[in-house]
Design a protein around this ligand. Structure first.
Ligand code: SAH
Length: 252
């Protein structure tokens, strides 16, 4: 018996994998995270599929629902926003299912950090600007280990994608300013890839106010770093005419 943990992608119904869409079409039961998943994605579900929102269910209730459906011979998909492996709270589900002899298969999804980079049209890894992407969040009801506090991560001045934190913009800015200069570019992308997507650009100095004025309080990605603004980066060697590699010979 198997539950498929499928990444729904960030919102746009076309940003689910082919495999994920096929599984939605084959599923008898889809248990989806209604607070975050764009319901548009359910166009991929079969006509007779039972669709349940997990928002009002605790862990035991979710596991029970999935296990009962499997026992009736049904195909079960657990649908999570973005990529299930990031802030998906899926480990506890997979472990609880395993205790009942139920296997889990994860199907990756397009994470919202990738959709946010697409929304602002910037490469996260610009040569000689940043070759590292830090994915993190501020502590909320879920704590963050002290060794990973935002200020200490900011010390790398890498490209940052901050999840689950737009409701605490002042705190985000205060911690980042310990290490990044005030003029560091920041973009906040609300509902990346959804029909109502909004991108607010600014610097560490003014982004908190801009976000407040825009009234953005949730479902937003905070992107931080020079990658957002640098025009004078050194182009990658990969496509340079004089640069040979395994698949292409240099031109004179
Ligand atoms: N597994 C998801 C993240 C779930 S946590 C993923 O890979 O994207 C929920 C947080 O993700 C939100 O608070 C927000 O910070 C971010 N998020 C999810 N969907 C988003 C979207 N479409 N646009 C911007 N941020 C989004």
């Amino acid at each position: 018996m198997t539950v498929y943990f499928v990444g729904a992608g960030p919102g746009d119904a076309e940003l689910i994998t082919v495999k994920g869409a096929r599984l939605l079409g084959e599923a008898d039961l889809i248990l989806y995270a209604g607070s975050l998943v764009n319901k548009d994605i359910l166009v991929h579900a079969g006509k007779k599929t039972r669709i349940e929102d997990s928002a009002g269910l605790n862990l035991d209730e979710q596991v029970k629902m999935m296990a009962e459906a499997l026992q009736e011979g049904k195909k079960v998909v657990r649908l999570h926003t973005g990529d299930p492996a990031l802030y998906g709270a899926i480990q506890e589900q997979m472990d609880a299912l395993q205790k009942q002899g139920i296997e889990s298969i994860m199907v990756p999804g397009v994470s919202s950090y990738a959709a946010a980079a697409a929304a602002v049209g910037r490469e996260l890894t610009l040569p000689e600007v940043s070759q590292t992407v830090i994915i993190t969040r501020l502590a909320g009801r879920t704590p963050v280990p002290q060794k990973e506090n935002l200020a200490s991560l900011a010390a790398h001045r890498a490209s940052m994608c901050i999840f689950l934190s737009v409701g605490m913009m002042d705190k985000v800015v205060t911690e980042l300013q310990e290490e990044y200069p005030a003029e560091t570019p920041v973009a906040v992308v609300e509902k990346a890839s959804w029909p109502g997507e909004r991108a607010i650009r600014g610097t560490l100095a003014d982004i908190a106010q801009k976000v407040q004025e825009a009234g953005i309080t949730k479902t937003a990605m905070i992107l931080v770093g020079e990658f957002l603004g640098k025009e004078d980066y050194v182009p990658s060697r990969l496509y340079a005419a004089e640069f040979s590699h395994e698949y292409r010979k240099a031109q004179d």
